[in-house]
Design a protein around this ligand. Structure first.
Ligand SMILES: NC(=O)c1ccc[n+]([C@@H]2O[C@H](COP(=O)([O-])OP(=O)(O)OC[C@H]3O[C@@H](n4cnc5c(N)ncnc54)[C@H](O)[C@@H]3O)[C@@H](O)[C@H]2O)c1
Length: 375
């Protein structure tokens, strides 16, 4: 199969979807790989390094989309990319469609088969292609939150870890999954006082063991969150209901309970945001203020550390890319039911139920659609 790797065009996005190691695996398996010139530069990978493993370098995105059958990306396609997608293409990337009806409709019109990293599941129901970026985003969430608490940046002016004789800052993490646990470990490392909220009691049990008593785990009822908000300096939102739009766990009215210049970091912003007052921001302008509370809502947080993120992401995605290239979409999803859950749009239909429900279109089972469109 012809596999194409375009340069990411989303603002402040420096990751790339395949490393030279991935090119090597694909070419060794008999596939052709096309890389857009400069695609790896943001992650310190040169065209020559790709070429040395057998990739062909193409000058621009139109040539890349023209050559490739399987297009591997990092972030959701931007409008000029959607315009280049055709029914013969398979797109494999993060999509986050539940929060983006316009993109969903654009992908439906393209006729392409679109597989979302974030809804692929492993045999234990976990999200193997979201996890590496969640690990990165969780760690950044605490770093960014600590930074935004500094006075010159509009924060309260409190040091996360305190000093001898002065109390540490209070950090609330809502959603104790991969993001939440990583955010908590960094907050604990910085010696903050940490509370982690989740609605899954089994998860709270796991976290309790992992933290060894250094952080409190709490059931995330509305009342429990509301009662603790007035004491918090930093609140990190990290909830996820697989594939669906994020539920709101802090409302606008509840901002009034918080200390002036406290900081909210909404990592769930890529699924629409878990604070009522969240709206997407970029690394260039990461924050805004609502009712005296700083909001940090960057949708591609791992994009800021591409050398870590590109390798973490591609370690996880590469086996799936090789499998898709070798078996085609239909063969690959027959052999891997978790990959089948990744197919969000195909043949002009939405094939992933939570996205169909969120966007308000019909859900059509993937087998039914792919029987007609993909080899
Ligand atoms: N902004 C970014 O750059 C970026 C990067 C990576 C991940 N993310 C996003 O971060 C979010 C979390 O990802 P993850 O990998 O940690 O997911 P995860 O599935 O590992 O964890 C989510 C947790 O949220 C909990 N949860 C669900 N509803 C809840 C509620 N109402 N109250 C409290 N807890 C609730 C679940 O029980 C689960 O433990 C996702 O939306 C993901 O897309 C964003």
């Amino acid at each position: 199969m012809k596999v194409g790797v375009p340069t990411e065009v989303k603002a402040d996005e420096y990751r790339v979807a395949l490393t030279p190691a991935g090119v090597r695996e694909l070419t060794d398996a008999g596939h052709e790989v096309f890389v857009q010139s400069g695609a790896g530069l943001g992650s310190a990978i040169t065209d020559e390094q790709y070429q040395a493993q057998g990739a062909s370098i193409v000058p621009d995105a139109p040539s890349l989309f023209g050559e490739a059958e399987l297009i591997v990306k990092v972030k959701e396609p931007q409008p000029p990319e959607v315009a280049m997608l055709e029914p013969r293409h398979t797109l494999f990337t993060y999509l986050h469609l539940a929060a983006d009806g316009e993109l969903t409709r654009g992908l439906m019109s393209s006729g392409a088969t679109c597989i979302a990293y974030e809804t692929v599941e492993d045999d234990r129901g976990r999200l193997p292609l979201l996890a590496p970026m969640s690990e990165v985003a969780g760690k950044i969430a605490t770093q960014a939150g600590a930074f935004m608490l500094e006075k010159p940046l509009g924060g309260r002016g409190i040091l996360l870890g305190g000093v001898p004789g002065v109390a540490a800052a209070n950090v609330m993490i809502i959603g104790g999954g991969v993001v939440g646990m990583n955010a908590a470990f960094i907050a604990l490392g910085m010696e903050a006082t940490v509370y982690v909220y989740d609605r899954n009691i089994d998860r709270l049990r796991e976290l309790d063991i992992a933290f060894g008593g250094r952080a409190d785990t709490c059931f995330a009822s509305t009342l429990a969150i509301e009662e603790r908000l007035p004491d918090m300096d930093l609140v990190i939102g990290a909830v996820l209901v697989h594939g669906a739009r994020a539920p709101h766990v802090v409302t606008r009215a509840q901002l009034g309970l918080m200390k002036p210049n406290a900081v909210l970091v909404d990592v769930s912003i890529d699924q629409g945001g878990c604070f009522e007052t969240s709206r997407p921001t970029t690394h260039t302008n990461p924050t805004y203020e609502v009712d005296g509370i700083t909001h940090y809502c960057v949708t591609n947080m791992p994009g800021a550390v591409p050398i870590t993120s590109t390798y973490a992401l591609t370690n996880a995605t590469m086996p799936y890319v090789v499998h898709l290239a070798s078996r085609g979409v239909r063969g690959a999803i027959e052999e891997n039911p978790g990959l089948k859950l990744g197919v969000n749009v195909a043949g002009g239909q939405v094939t992933y139920r939570p996205v169909a429900e969120a966007v308000g279109v019909d859900h059509v089972p993937v087998e039914q659609v792919l029987a007609g469109v993909a080899a």
